[in-house]
Design a protein around this ligand. Structure first.
Ligand SMILES: [Zn+2]
Length: 749
């Protein structure tokens, strides 16, 4: 899905973190390689770089985006076969690994204003002569939300801003209730699936989501085709499956449908959206919003349409009717392997999805063709006699857009093998011109910095890491600016959800990275018919220089993992990061306590009522629960041990290169399984599929990550008992992790 949030992945804005002294000076120039081996590896990487050709990316993008290629489409299969055949011709053992998944497709879509005036929404995107594929109609999915409920509802309309929980608190203050109403929300502020979920929780019976030109249209820049931004007919499609509950086929959460495991019925599926929901353009939204009465919307809610924004309810009344075909369709993952010569049972896994909402030039083909060029270059290296020590597995996922269906079902299908063999998962998705963006396991933060140090930015000629450092020093938060100068390694973001790394890291505890370039490729094409070859080559990465840079970055990552004597994990940055997260949740708890105490005080004094405008409706807010003092001691103690074990490992690592082969093998097996210790078999409260105890997508943010999720979300939800349980849970998990790091250090002794 590759999301608009990608640009904010790094640098993460941790507050109050002290810089740690760098160990870089004492370490070999290439993490995991001795001096001689490092030289050989760098030569190999130079040979790899020489193979990469931008024209291949261009030709393949043109080919793969010629027709719509969503899950279940004829051209989706055509692309999968194209990928497979290419890979076979380059010496990979490649095949389609097919699973069968639920994919709702729209049958009826009606949205009309019935009162006080009449208007029927067009619900179509208008073709442009400047965009060669936009006039196609065959197999084009019209704008809709996958996994919306069927429904036929008529009700008064309420404008709910972004439709996140805070917005409903604001509405309550205005005396506006959405029970029995249809809500209209703007895109932005959260992942889209949160909006209908929260609307449903507040009693709404339907939900409309539109792209406001302020966030996504003429307020940002010239609109397509003159500029890159969203025009008045552009619509963002997307999935509204309850992703923070579980990705994958919602009828088979946690398993793959087979003879042993039967699918749930639609009614039983907890991740299905419960109300009808539909995306529309700002052209279609304008008459609806214009017809709204009631109070004027709060200042921060107003967009860039030429109207005064009102919240309603009414007098605007709308009729929303949606019907879907809920079909089971084949989902074609393309899996290609190069067998390892020394450790065939250690798998370095690389992936990007190949399905799109429509033509999908940026999302996902820009990443998919870079990945394909990596594979071709690896094939060339094999021809010269090189062999990877570890097995390399290249994957192109199908069905990512509707809810990470292909990758999740594949991970669930092979989970017992993957738990044993997966060393790392390296993901990309959409890619464009700009800065390095990297998120992932912090045990790989130092690794990413070393890879980025060795890749040159095509526009500026510096390393991509140094370019990012400059940008952070200019645009980062005060802490990020200071750290970008004082800390050797730039921080990488933590992973929530939104692309195919999710099942690997969140469900199985496989250390993962998500890498992409962007920031100079803005536009309004996301999930519309205008995410096309024409749009991409005009506005995103016309010469494919950043596509090649992505291939260099991830290809290098694959090569280093496949060849390293000692797998390139590092624990110091991880320890430092988790210390930072802990400081954050402690601060959040303090802030929640102060806020509730202040609130209750002014409430008790009757000040809300005294200050209110008597001409507006007024509702006194409720008394807030005041946070108790929680016992963080177990977590603080675990963090001390974590830091000590990381230091001990760093000093032990100087002796690793002298270890005999059997000891090295033992060491590496411990190393790549350390991340498994960060998952807990019970998963997170009320969402057992998500097992990682350090990173999870937020229950009310969707893609956006919540670190130390059990503790942080319990504090946010004022569930103090669960917060305390979370502290014990995370401490226990970290103690288990420390045990493995100590074991690894011990191998060197
Ligand atoms: Zn994508």
């Amino acid at each position: 899905m590759h999301h608009l949030f990608k640009r904010t992945f790094i640098p993460i804005l941790l507050s109050g973190l002290a810089a740690v002294p760098s160990l870089a000076q004492q370490q070999p120039s290439l993490l995991g390689f001795g001096t001689e081996a490092a030289k050989k590896e760098l030569d190999l990487e130079a040979a790899f770089d020489k193979q990469l050709q931008a024209n291949n990316l261009r030709d393949w993008m043109k080919r793969m985006t010629a027709f719509p290629h969503q899950l279940g489409s004829p051209y989706g299969l055509n692309n999968a076969l194209f990928l497979r055949d290419k890979l076979v011709s380059w010496g990979f053992d490649a095949r389609l690994d097919t699973v069968h998944v639920l994919f709702p497709m729209p049958k009826v879509r009606i949205l009309e204003l019935t009162e006080p005036t009449k208007f029927k929404a067009s619900l179509t995107e208008k073709p442009l002569k400047e965009d060669a594929t936009s006039a196609q109609t065959k197999d084009v999915l019209p704008p809709y939300h996958a996994f919306s409920a069927n429904g036929d509802v008529t009700a008064e309309l309420v404008f709910v801003n972004y439709g996140v929980p805070d917005d409903y608190e604001e509405l309550a203050k205005l005396g506006v209730d959405v029970k029995g109403k249809i809500v209209i929300a703007k895109y932005g502020g959260s992942w889209r699936g949160i909006k209908p979920k929260v609307a449903y929780e507040h009693g709404a019976i339907g939900c409309i989501i539109y792209s406001d030109p302020k966030e996504d249209g003429y307020f940002q820049g010239d609109v397509y085709p003159k500029g890159a931004f969203k025009n008045e007919s552009g619509v963002q499609r997307g999935s509204v499956v309850d992703l923070p509950l579980a990705p994958g086929d919602p009828l088979t959460n946690g398993f793959v449908a087979d003879a042993q495991h039967k699918r749930l019925s639609l009614e039983e599926a907890p991740a299905m959206m419960k109300i009808p929901v539909l995306p529309i353009s700002y052209g279609d939204a304008l008459p609806l919003l214009k017809a709204l009465g009631g109070q004027v919307a709060p200042a921060t809610w107003r967009g860039a349409l030429p109207i005064t924004y009102h919240v309603g309810p009414g007098p605007a009344k709308v009729h929303l009717k949606l019907e879907f075909n809920f079909d089971i369709v084949p989902c074609y993952n393309v899996i290609a392997t190069l067998k390892g010569s020394e450790f065939p049972d250690q798998w370095v896994i690389r992936g990007n999805h190949h399905d799109a909402w429509v033509f999908g030039a940026a999302d996902p083909v820009s990443g998919a063709v870079a990945e394909l060029e990596e594979a071709r270059a690896l094939g060339e290296l094999v021809k010269t006699g090189w062999k990877p020590k570890r097995t390399i597995v290249y994957c192109w996922w199908d069905g990512e857009e509707p809810g990470l269906l292909g990758s999740t079902e594949w991970v669930e299908k092979y989970q017992s093998i993957l738990k044993e063999k997966a060393v790392v998962y390296l993901n990309s998705d959409g890619n464009g011109r700009g800065y390095l963006g990297a998120g992932g396991s912090h045990t790989l933060e130092k690794f990413v910095n070393q890879v980025g140090r060795d890749v040159t930015d095509p526009e500026k000629g510096t390393s991509v890491i140094e370019r990012l450092r400059s940008r952070t020093i200019l645009n980062g938060s005060p802490t990020a600016k200071q750290e970008a100068r004082s800390r050797t390694d730039l921080r990488i973001g933590a992973l929530g959800s939104g692309s195919d790394y999710t099942p690997f890291i969140q469900h199985l505890g496989i250390a993962s990275l998500n890498i992409g370039y962007g920031g100079e490729d803005a536009g309004g094409d996301y999930h519309s018919i205008f995410d096309s070859y024409d749009h991409y080559t005009r506005f995103k990465d016309g010469d494919f220089a950043y596509g090649v840079t992505l291939a260099k970055t991830l290809g290098r990552s694959v090569l280093r993992f496949a060849n390293a004597d000692v797998l390139p994990f590092d624990f110091s940055n991880f320890a430092n990061t988790v210390q930072g997260y802990t400081a954050e949740v402690k601060k959040e708890l303090e802030a929640a306590r102060t806020k509730a105490e202040d609130h209750n005080k002014v409430l008790g004094e009757g000040r809300f009522e005294a200050a209110a405008d008597p001409k507006d409706p007024f509702v006194n807010p409720a008394v807030e629960s005041v946070a108790p003092y929680l016992n963080f001691a177990p977590l603080d103690n675990a963090l001390v041990r974590l830091e000590q074990s990381a230091k001990a490992f760093a000093s032990a690592s100087s002796k690793f290169s002298a270890l005999p082969a059997d000891k090295l093998k033992e060491l590496n097996e411990i190393l790549y399984k350390t991340e498994r210790k960060l998952i807990h078999a019970d998963g997170l409260p009320r969402r057992p599929w998500y097992r990682h105890q350090i990173y999870a997508p937020g229950f009310y943010t969707g893609y956006g990550v919540k670190t130390l999720p059990m503790i942080r979300e319990a504090i946010e939800q004022k569930n103090w008992k669960e917060a305390e349980e979370g502290i014990l849970r995370v401490s226990g998990v970290l103690e288990g992790f420390v045990g493995e790091v100590e074991k690894a250090s011990g191998v060197g002794r």
